[in-house]
Design a protein around this ligand. Structure first.
Ligand code: AMP
Length: 282
């Protein structure tokens, strides 16, 4: 398996393949790989001639220095895990300077308001950092298709918007959320949880599923109160937000309309680790 640390080496390797019209699939990640990441890789491997995975903990998308500092970095193990899946994966694992060339700042993006909701509200600058890194990686790798998880549903919508506004020729493909048997959405941040907290964190998806049932016969506002009250039963959790939004605009919903698709979005702390998840409500 090939692992590149420098974009110049990666481009030199990819450019003859691009010239031969080989299809390139791309899976951007921050590493500490789990089965959720692997499900994106498998989809890319099945749909493209060449699959590139990037592993880069992007500093500009972190609004919390401690979160950046403590983010798990496990490159050697990640490479081993990928090798078990396939020898045909091209890994790009750059240092910060290979991407930012000494100027580690974000560009600013206008995502037509998608950036002002939920994660954008609670993590200032986060989506400028995401847009910056995804746009740069697309320029370096020039993929035909790029795979993103619905686990970060707002990010998926933001990347689609960035691609369409900048007319970047990449098909952005959303992939379903991969969960532990307990229902907990897989996440690199789960590695930082104690055994007890990881067990307790299974409540998040249980409550999201109850919210889905509750939402069938109740208003968005009542469903939000329902979720807030459910979490009050568990002092281990600090709920940051639970919101119900329309899927394409991500605007909060006050009244249900028959032809709209709604999703519940949650951000919650347990043992000071911030977890996010979401569920389709109809
Ligand atoms: P990350 O390394 O957390 O930045 O995630 C890299 C990509 O994997 C993003 O597109 C995520 O949405 C996706 N991803 C992370 N966790 C999951 C999961 N549990 N199921 C599906 N995709 C995921």
């Amino acid at each position: 398996m090939l692992v590149f640390n420098k974009k110049s080496d990666l481009s030199a390797f990819l450019s003859p393949l691009i010239n031969q019209n080989k299809s390139i699939g791309f899976v951007p990640t921050m590493g500490a790989l789990h089965k959720g990441h692997l499900s994106l890789l498998e989809k890319s491997l099945s749909e493209n001639d060449v699959t590139v995975m990037s592993i880069f903990v992007n500093p500009t998308q972190f609004n919390n220095a401690e979160d950046l500092d403590k983010y798990p970095r496990t490159l050697n193990r990640d490479v081993e895990i990928m090798q078990e899946l396939s020898n045909n994966i091209i890994v790009y694992a750059p240092e910060v300077d290979d991407i930012y060339e000494g100027n580690t700042v974000s560009e600013s993006f206008d995502y037509d308001g998608l950036e002002n909701q939920m994660e954008g509200k609670h993590r200032p600058g986060h989506f400028d950092g995401v847009g910056t890194i995804v746009k740069r990686l697309f320029e370096i790798i020039q993929p035909n298709k790029a795979y993103f998880g619905e686990k970060d549903f707002q990010q998926l919508q933001i990347v689609k918007k960035m691609v369409s506004k900048n007319k970047i020729p990449v098909a952005v493909i959303g992939c379903p959320i991969h969960r532990e048997e307990s229902g907990l959405a897989m996440s690199s941040r789960n590695e930082r949880l104690s055994y007890e907290a990881k067990e307790k964190a299974a409540e998040i998806f249980k409550i999201l599923k109850s919210a889905k049932t509750f939402f069938e016969n109740n208003s968005p506002e009542a469903t939000i109160s329902f979720v807030e009250n459910e979490f009050k039963k568990f002092p281990e959790f600090q709920l940051e937000y639970f919101e119900i939004a329309e899927e394409s605009s991500l605007l909060p919903v006050s009244k249900k309309e028959a032809d709209k698709k709604y999703r519940g979005f949650i951000a919650i702390f347990i043992e000071n680790i911030r977890l996010i998840d979401n569920i389709s409500l109809n």
